[in-house]
Design a binder for this molecule. Structure first.
Ligand code: NDP
Length: 251
């Protein structure tokens, strides 16, 4: 698929961060972009700047998502809308945090795919880009968020199997820390947020991920980039931890 004005992309979560950067990068290539999110004021500003088409869409609104997929031909879906809650301790979060995170990061992403895939298969042309995370690949103290991103990882792999013979490509992107509004949504407490976000390292910026998405989508049709993990040079994952338990003697 060539990235030009004959290509149509739907980018969810385009009102900030990675989604906004992807929408900008696609527009720079003249792609027709539906930029979707709830904050329509942000999308309208983006539309003024880039010429994208703003779409007020709550990805948790199943009927609206299905209707969009039915009515608009989409060549590229960037399944990016997402959030994190109850980071660090799922048991300290609210039940609502669990419901919202799973609904937004997994259920909505699945329904989005269901909405656009029939058209892609019929037209014999399509690319689904799922925004997962390193949290979907490595053990991190983010059990809730990691569960949802792990689901996106499996979804991306399994979808490749289900789509064999259709010509539709599937890519999973696994970013490490990117400076966006993610932690403003994820962490309510200012002090805790500052503690988590001040890495004293050079984090990724949203356009780093957008550049990767453009590479995957713009690659010759024979090339399916199945997975791309992108971390800051100064961030690493994995490793064992030994933490003494104070109550060990009474066990
Ligand atoms: P931002 O908070 O900057 O962006 C999140 C986007 O998702 C916003 O545009 C928001 O739009 C949208 N969104 C959230 N809920 C809904 C909803 N119900 N309906 C429609 N849109 C929604 O964070 P990022 O750009 O960092 O996050 C983008 C993706 O990247 C997420 O899936 C995140 O998990 C993933 N990611 C982020 C990393 C990071 O370090 N920042 C690392 C790895 C992955 P609005 O509120 O206007 O609806």
């Amino acid at each position: 698929m060539s990235l030009d004005r004959n290509t149509t992309a739907l980018v969810t979560g385009a009102s900030s961060g990675i989604g906004e950067a992807v929408a900008r990068a696609f527009r720079a290539r003249d792609v027709q972009v539906y930029a979707a999110a709830r904050r329509i004021d942000r999308l309208e500003k983006l539309a003024d700047e880039t010429g994208c088409i703003p779409v007020k869409l709550d990805v948790r609104d199943r009927e609206a998502v299905m209707a969009f997929g039915r009515d608009q031909p989409v060549d590229i879906l960037v399944n990016n809308a997402g959030l994190g809650r109850a980071l660090g301790s799922i048991w300290k979060g609210e039940v609502e945090d669990i419901v919202t995170t799973v609904d937004t990061n997994v259920t909505a992403a699945l329904i989005m795919i269901k909405a656009v895939l029939p058209g892609m298969i019929e037209r014999g042309r399509g690319h689904i880009v799922n925004m997962s995370s390193v949290a979907g690949l490595y053990p991190l103290p983010m059990a809730l968020y990691g569960t949802t991103k792990g689901a996106m990882h499996k979804l991306s792999r399994d979808l490749r199997q289900e789509l064999k013979g259709t010509g539709i490509r599937v890519t999973e992107i696994n970013p490490g820390r990117v400076i966006t509004e993610f932690y403003d949504v994820a962490v309510d407490d200012d002090e805790q947020r500052q503690e988590i976000t001040q890495t004293h390292c050079e984090d990724l910026v949203a356009s780093d991920i957008a550049d990767a998405v453009v590479y995957c989508v713009d690659a010759p049709w024979r090339v399916n980039v199945s997975q791309m993990e992108i971390a800051p040079t100064e961030q690493t994952y994995g490793g064992a931890q030994f933490v003494p338990f104070k109550g060990r003697d009474s066990q």
